[in-house]
Design a binder for this molecule. Sequence first.
Ligand SMILES: *[C@@H]1O[C@H](CO)[C@@H](O)[C@H](O)[C@H]1NC(C)=O
Ligand SMILES: *[C@@H]1O[C@H](CO)[C@@H](O)[C@H](O)[C@H]1NC(C)=O
Ligand SMILES: *[C@@H]1O[C@H](CO)[C@@H](O)[C@H](O)[C@H]1NC(C)=O
Ligand SMILES: *[C@@H]1O[C@H](CO)[C@@H](O)[C@H](O)[C@H]1NC(C)=O
Ligand SMILES: *[C@@H]1O[C@H](CO)[C@@H](O)[C@H](O)[C@H]1NC(C)=O
Ligand SMILES: *[C@@H]1O[C@H](CO)[C@@H](O)[C@H](O)[C@H]1NC(C)=O
Length: 413
Amino acid sequence: MILFFKTHHIILLLITIHAISHSKVQALKALFYPRDILPLLPRQVSWPILNTLNNAEDLLPAFVGTATTVENHLQWKGACFYNNSAWLEFHNKSKTEFGGGTLHIKVRNAHSWTCMDLYLFATPYRVTWDYYFLSREHTLEFKEWHSKSEYEYVKNRGISIFLLQAGMLGTLKSLWEVFPLFTNTNWGENSNVAFLQKHMGATFEERPKPWVTNISADDINSGDFLVLSKIRGLWGGFETLEKWVTGSYAGHAAVCLRDSEGKLWVGESGRDNEQNLSLSEILVDVEKRGSSFGELLAVPEQDNWVYVDGKSTSCIAFVFEMYKEAGLFGSLSSAIQVTEFTIKDAYTLKFFENNSSRLPKWCNDVDRVKLPFCQIRGRYRMELPGYNTMDPYPHMNERCPSLPPKYSRPTGC
Ligand SMILES: *[C@@H]1O[C@H](CO)[C@@H](O)[C@H](O)[C@H]1NC(C)=O
Ligand SMILES: *[C@@H]1O[C@H](CO)[C@@H](O)[C@H](O)[C@H]1NC(C)=O
Ligand SMILES: *[C@@H]1O[C@H](CO)[C@@H](O)[C@H](O)[C@H]1NC(C)=O
Ligand SMILES: *[C@@H]1O[C@H](CO)[C@@H](O)[C@H](O)[C@H]1NC(C)=O
Ligand SMILES: *[C@@H]1O[C@H](CO)[C@@H](O)[C@H](O)[C@H]1NC(C)=O
Ligand SMILES: *[C@@H]1O[C@H](CO)[C@@H](O)[C@H](O)[C@H]1NC(C)=O
């Protein structure tokens, strides 16, 4: 795990804060026009925009998109620079197994000569940041990908870019709120929980121990939908931002499949995975070691997990591509674009068992609260607002703005 700061930047910011008086901070802030932050996004308008700007509590970074190798794909409008673009170039300057990359960032059309934009760049394996106050092309070096997993991730999904609130105080506040999310400590976990409570209204009720359900793999069928949520470590911090961006209460999804011999598999995409995973093989293995299926789901940060296709697809598009092929959308199939789905769109679909007496016996065995789905493990009760409530309709989710903090969703979008 790498979480690094550019020390000279930190020092610069701190010194600057000390050097300017309160009134100067006010003056500096007045140069910024927060409503200009609205990023110009290529495909969807669904990315978060700071739309409660009057509330200083909500000075959070805005997700501008993911930079890929396609040169003019990602363009957006910053607080300071109105015309920005970014793309990624893979290289092997380090002569290492997976090589590294250069992120090119072009910032243009500053609205004043004193302003600057500050960005966070994240993969599930690292977070870094940089700021720009000159109109030109800048680069950010990734000397070496941390692992094959990071390399695969970046190749398929790119590097996520977040724009921090302009203005020194807003920036520091954003950093203060965002950086702890990525630490693999109790502080990190508490920060993730606090962030999701504050910005998404999540509740995080603790479940009774043991936090693991003794499941029976025989009750798992083809098509069963798995969602995972991490709230700790680099992946946890990354998921927290993704959840906040999309309004989803889960960070990753996969699907269970049985082959013609009845062998159970987990099909997934978009995570750090490299081979197909036979769930039943692993089940046999974990049972031998006297642990449970739940522990399997606790291991996703290993390098040797499933990744099947090499196609650029999010975890949820992968699952829904499969549901579509399987005919779950019936005659609507040709009017459903699964690449537009978020994990939230997935679990709100009315595709799941609606009669709790038909859920497996072990489902909510250990908990007095009976959820309408099965929670396999976890300290906190899984929350999936709107679970199993929405009938599919043609072109669903193709025009949903769904922005934090309210995530309002016009009907029929
Ligand atoms: C941004 O800059 C690029 C390159 O100069 C230009 O092609 C594009 O039209 C500009 N976009 C806007 C919105 O000004
Ligand atoms: C980078 O170069 C090294 C040494 O020449 C080589 O072993 C490695 O496979 C290369 N990596 C990539 C991703 O091309
Ligand atoms: C799980 O269930 C099996 C069979 O129902 C039982 O033999 C085993 O002891 C249980 N394990 C735990 C940890 O409860
Ligand atoms: C899993 O996928 C790999 C690569 O796609 C393939 O070579 C292998 O045969 C698959 N494993 C099984 C058990 O199907
Ligand atoms: C439950 O789902 C079935 C199958 O989709 C449907 O026929 C039934 O009306 C649903 N029941 C309720 C109470 O929603
Ligand atoms: C739920 O399922 C049980 C068992 O299959 C059945 O007896 C019951 O009528 C169902 N309830 C509803 C509301 O469909």
